[in-house]
Design a protein around this ligand. Structure first.
Ligand code: FMN
Length: 193
């Protein structure tokens, strides 16, 4: 029952910080889908571009730079995460790894939360980055949904994004909706609701 279910807060992160990023486009699409669903899931995009490069010298008496504190608070307050993770040289992007590492510093604010990965990229649709992200998730104690998987080849015609990086493909949107529903259900299970 939509009205009775507790609110589930999703923080969505794009591993790419370029303006017309396809992966950021996937996040925008998921936010639109969540509003249409109106089923107690709230998706918030959190920008990782203000984060400095990780350097533990920036940690002073257990406090972090302001941008890092703000990011860590967003991560701590979320019930679960949606990563839109492009593939750079067969792995996750440096900006994403940087963000993950900052939020893993004590106390690790990722711990014991549900997560989902989607990706848009080259030939394998960024799929290889997904396996690296799952491996990173072991140590920071994330619980990834296994299914459905979502990866999108950005080179395939007809184009699935417009020039601004907005997803325009109805079938892909339907697949993203299934990912969000699966993440929502898993987050509720983890919360014991
Ligand atoms: N695409 C792949 O499929 N595999 C790769 O290993 C890969 N390596 C890349 C390395 C770098 C440094 C860059 C800039 C791009 C690479 N790409 C690779 C292509 C990106 O995945 C592709 O441009 C994708 O659209 C980037 O995501 P974005 O649109 O969200 O910025």
């Amino acid at each position: 029952e939509a009205i009775a279910s507790p609110l589930v807060k999703v923080v969505a992160i794009s591993g790419s910080i370029r303006k017309a990023s396809f992966n950021h486009g996937l996040v925008r699409s998921v936010i639109d889908i969540s509003k249409e669903l109106n089923n107690g899931v709230k998706v918030e995009y959190v920008d990782i571009s203000p984060l400095p490069m990780l350097n533990t010298d920036l940690e002073v008496n257990g406090t972090y730079p302001a941008a890092v504190e703000a990011f860590r608070n967003k991560i701590a307050e979320a019930d679960c995460y949606l990563f839109a993770s492009p593939e750079y040289n067969y792995s996750v992007t440096a900006p994403l790894k940087n963000a993950i590492d900052w939020a893993s510093r004590p106390p690790n604010v990722w711990a014991d939360k549900a997560a989902a990965i989607v990706s848009a990229g080259g030939g394998w649709g960024g799929g290889r980055s997904q396996y690296h992200l799952r491996q990173i998730g072991i140590y920071i104690d994330l619980h990834f949904i296994n299914k459905p998987e979502f990866y999108l080849n950005v080179f395939e015609a007809p184009a699935k994004f417009d020039a601004d990086g907005n997803l325009i493909d109805a079938e892909s949107k339907e697949s993203l909706k299934k990912v969000l529903l699966s993440l929502h259900a898993y987050a509720l299970r983890l919360k014991g609701k």
